[in-house]
Design a protein around this ligand. Structure first.
Ligand code: GDP
Length: 473
């Protein structure tokens, strides 16, 4: 392909690579730096893809007003554990299984669509909970139009209810409250409404503007009203998309299927995705080989707000990755490769800055570093404070240890996020990182050090700081 684009003979390109000591065949991939050398060797000028090129290819379409059509809302169900999120999703799905299609097998692809009695179409994300919602959001995929907040009438507002409210508000997504388990004798929907007041959610029954519907996922009571409430909210939002343009969408789920290869469920956000379309999705690319809807049926296209399984990917993307249809395979591949490379560079850069050893090395090269930022997590308040005091004594006027934050308890994602942003290592004293924090620390290249003896800890930090001191001299 490189030869092709330079209008040179492939054999000559291979020959030039061999001269550089690279024994490659014609179809072998080479890295960008090598490619650049080869290009110069042939007297051409290499033009590397950059972020703005990628954006240009992807965002070159402007939707005209007359092309915009109403699109179905995309709904995420959130709420406290055991309040009935999964039951509600299942119940809604069952009420809408197209009558007459007995034996129709519903496929769990991560999202599904239902049609209300009045004919409105609604798309539901099938993975309830906050983790999916926030991880999608942090990857830049703003998928959800409406949040249904499930609160069990026999339990009222709980910690994760409050969290869900915070998430919805942060994302500026309107809420509808589903007061669930109304069939239970102990149900007290009024308590739910008054509880919610304290969290600045004023439902209609309390003269506010947040719709509230009493439902039972068990008996099916109120489900139709809930769906109509969603349809009404959607009308207010005036959701629109342009089905005529090339598709963009967000990955809801992705997996490597033994028989089918990489498979991703994509929720089309704008445009129409068709069989044969060439696309880039995150660091992967592909050509749509087949599309399957939430009933497991093959379809030729998927319009706005429609969830489909996409086959024909080069690899498995991640949930929250954005899919864009592009014109040529070369473009798709170029963008995917570019993204892969920048992601790798970023990881390397972060990794380089956050291990203690490398901070020291960096200090030797770069005399400006005179502060060693750290995060401290300990098992009890007393040790946390003792550590902070000890650390603040390390160093002198030129080099200081700066404790960005300290606290009690396991190392969490929040700590890793802060450490990443500040390029600081995390120190755990008699505490561990939870699994999710460990994973994200690994991904983000954040160093976590564990200690159970304060002297060891202080010694290590002293060594790191004196590395900085030496660099100063
Ligand atoms: P999730 O953790 O929010 O997904 O909650 P689940 O959907 O798993 O429900 C938790 C429990 O509550 C299960 O035992 C359900 O059978 C039960 N449950 C869910 N909805 C209702 C309801 O409307 N009425 C009654 N009586 N039980 C329900």
């Amino acid at each position: 392909e490189l030869a092709n684009r330079m209008a040179e003979r492939a054999a000559d390109v291979v020959k030039s690579l061999m001269k550089m000591g690279m024994m490659v065949t014609m179809n072998q991939a080479i890295d960008a730096d090598t490619a650049e050398l080869v290009i110069e060797e042939f007297g051409h000028k290499a033009v590397r893809v950059s972020d703005s090129d990628v954006e240009q290819v992807i965002d070159s379409v402007q939707d005209r007003d007359e092309d915009l059509q109403p699109r179905p809302p995309i709904v995420t169900i959130m709420g406290h554990v055991d309040h009935g999120k999964t039951s509600l999703l299942d119940a809604i799905r069952k009420t809408s299984v197209v009558s007459g299609e007995a034996g129709g097998i519903t496929q769990h692809i991560g999202a599904y669509q239902v049609t209300t009695e009045s004919g409105a179409v609604i798309s539901f994300l099938d993975t309830p909970g906050h983790a999916a919602f926030t991880s999608m959001r942090s990857r830049g995929a703003h998928v959800t139009d409406i949040v249904v907040l499930v609160v069990a009438a026999d339990d009222a507002v709980m910690p994760q209810t409050i969290e869900a409210i915070a998430h919805a508000k942060a994302a500026k997504v309107p809420m509808i409250v589903a007061i669930n388990k109304i069939d239970k004798p102990s149900a007290n929907p009024q308590k739910v409404r008054t509880d919610l007041l304290q969290h600045e959610v004023v439902v209609e029954q309390m003269s506010g503007d947040v719709q509230d519907v009493e439902v039972s996922a068990l008996t099916g009571k109120g489900l139709d009203e809930l769906l109509e409430a969603i349809a009404l909210q959607a009308e207010v939002l005036e959701l629109k998309a342009n089905p005529k343009r090339a598709a963009t969408g967000a990955v809801i789920e992705a997996k490597l299927d033994v028989g089918r290869g990489p498979v991703a469920t994509v929720l089309v956000q704008n445009g129409t995705l068709r069989k044969g379309d060439i696309f880039v999705v995150g660091q992967q690319w592909g050509k749509v080989r087949a599309l399957l809807n939430d009933q497991g049926e093959r379809v030729d296209e998927a319009g706005p707000s429609v969830p489909v399984e996409v086959l024909g990917l080069s690899g498995t993307p991640e949930a929250g990755d954005v899919l864009n249809v592009v014109e040529t395979e070369a473009q798709a591949r170029e963008i995917a490769t570019y993204r892969e490379k920048t992601a790798k560079d970023k990881r390397a850069a972060i990794g380089a800055a956050t291990t203690l050893e490398q901070l020291m090395a960096k200090a030797k090269a770069d005399l400006d570093v005179s502060e060693l930022p750290v995060l401290v997590k300990a098992d009890v308040q007393g040790s946390a404070e003792a550590i902070v005091q000890a650390l603040e004594k390390v160093g002198n006027d030129e080099v200081r240890v700066r404790v960005l934050s300290y606290g009690v308890g396991a190392i969490t994602d929040t700590d890793v996020g802060l450490a990443e942003a500040s390029q600081a290592p995390i120190i755990g004293f008699n505490v561990r990182a939870n699994a999710s924090a460990r994973n994200s620390a690994h991904q983000k290249g954040v160093e976590i050090r564990y200690y159970s003896i304060i002297y060891d800890l202080v010694d290590d930090i002293k060594a790191a700081a004196s590395g900085l001191l030496k660099a100063e001299i």
